[in-house]
Write a protein that binds this ligand. Structure first.
Ligand code: SF4
Length: 343
């Protein structure tokens, strides 16, 4: 038996065709599952009985088991889900005005061990299946209501591009007019900058925004903060992004967590401005939030102001953001819980 939500529209269409069924049934099946939210083949009344029997014999519908759901004082909601193998993942909804951003996990744990992120501490267990990624969205939408999600970011537990095939397939289901039909510009994939995967991702021309976790413009400092970037030289990464940004109409986003005495000095700001010169980009500055898991320190207001001043003078487009959902430990509490603009 196979989980039907592991299949893209194109794959399902092919299977039906090979089995001698009308290929356009794939549209109807997608519509029942993702639009009408019917997860029972017997209720898919516009599909022939023989096809329904075939589907019932060969496919099943997976669901996530909700273990806990918490709401922060600022409205951020965190869902803790249990998977079939008893692994647990988190999905977070971050409200900001009319915008309600769903932050999806893509792996159980993470192999990259960024030095400020709780998700990497327990190491990597496995990639999420396509169905497990899409089910996070479906569960939250069913739970909170049809219009409860306006944006989706692949920024939860795991490095999305490290689970490349399943993340891309889930994006295809999100974008499919027969499936969820989510707007391209309202989807964003976050990455620590895995260069070969970024190149592969760009080649697909999905029209999805990328957000790069930068955190330092200095290779050595960046390596200390994000050891997983070792094989992805910063210069090559920036040069690839520069070439691509000429094609894209929308700016590329960089995430930059400011840590006291590490990457928040005037020199760090100058290095950053220099690195992104000529790049159509926006930098999200996120002051580090204290976590008892790490010894990093929160930047002073003075450090933040001086840093901003340098960027302003160099005409670098930036926003200062603040973490949300801190009281419910929403994901790593740094990157993924950001989004509240404070300046
Ligand atoms: S920040 Fe992302 S890539 Fe780094 S350890 Fe955390 S989940 Fe993994």
């Amino acid at each position: 038996m196979n989980d039907i939500k592991d299949y893209s529209y194109e794959e399902l269409r092919k299977i039906l065709e090979e089995e001698g069924f009308l290929p356009f049934y794939a549209k109807q099946i997608f519509s029942w599952i993702y639009k009408k939210r019917v997860e029972d083949f017997d209720k898919m009344t516009d599909i022939s009985q023989s096809c329904r029997a075939f589907l019932g014999k060969n496919f099943f519908f997976s669901t996530l088991k909700l273990v806990n759901e918490e709401t922060s004082y600022d409205g951020t909601r965190k869902f803790l889900f249990q998977l079939d193998d008893n692994s647990r993942i988190e999905t977070v909804v971050i409200p900001e005005g009319k915008r309600k951003t769903l932050c999806l996990s893509t792996q159980v744990g993470c192999r990259f061990r960024c030095s400020f992120c709780v998700s990497g501490l327990a190491g990597f267990k496995r990639n999420l299946k396509v169905s497990e990624i899409v089910n996070q969205y479906l569960y939250v939408r069913d739970f909170m209501g049809k219009n409860s999600i306006t944006n989706i970011v692949f920024m939860g537990i795991g490095e999305p591009l490290d689970n490349f095939e399943n993340v891309v397939k889930s994006i295809r289901i999100f974008l499919s007019p027969w499936g969820i039909y989510f707007g391209k510009r309202r989807l964003c994939v976050s990455t620590i900058g895995l260069l070969p995967k970024i190149i592969k991702f760009y080649k697909l021309n999905l029209g999805i925004k990328l957000s790069i976790s930068l955190h330092s413009a200095n290779y050595q400092k960046r390596l200390k903060l994000m050891p997983g970037t070792k094989d992805n030289p910063l210069e090559e990464l920036i040069s690839t992004l520069k070439k691509r940004s000429k094609k894209d109409k929308f700016p590329l986003t960089f995430e930059y967590i400011m840590i006291r005495g590490v990457n928040s000095s005037i020199d760090d700001a100058k290095e950053l401005a220099n690195l992104v010169k000529g790049l159509n980009c926006k930098i999200n500055l996120i002051p580090y939030n204290y976590s008892h898991f790490f010894s990093w320190e929160v930047p002073s207001q003075n450090e933040i102001e001086q840093f901003k001043e340098v960027l302003k003078k160099q005409n670098v487009f930036f926003t200062l953001r603040k973490s949300k959902g801190q009281d419910i430990l929403a994901s790593c509490g740094q990157l993924r819980a950001e989004f509240r603009e404070v300046d």
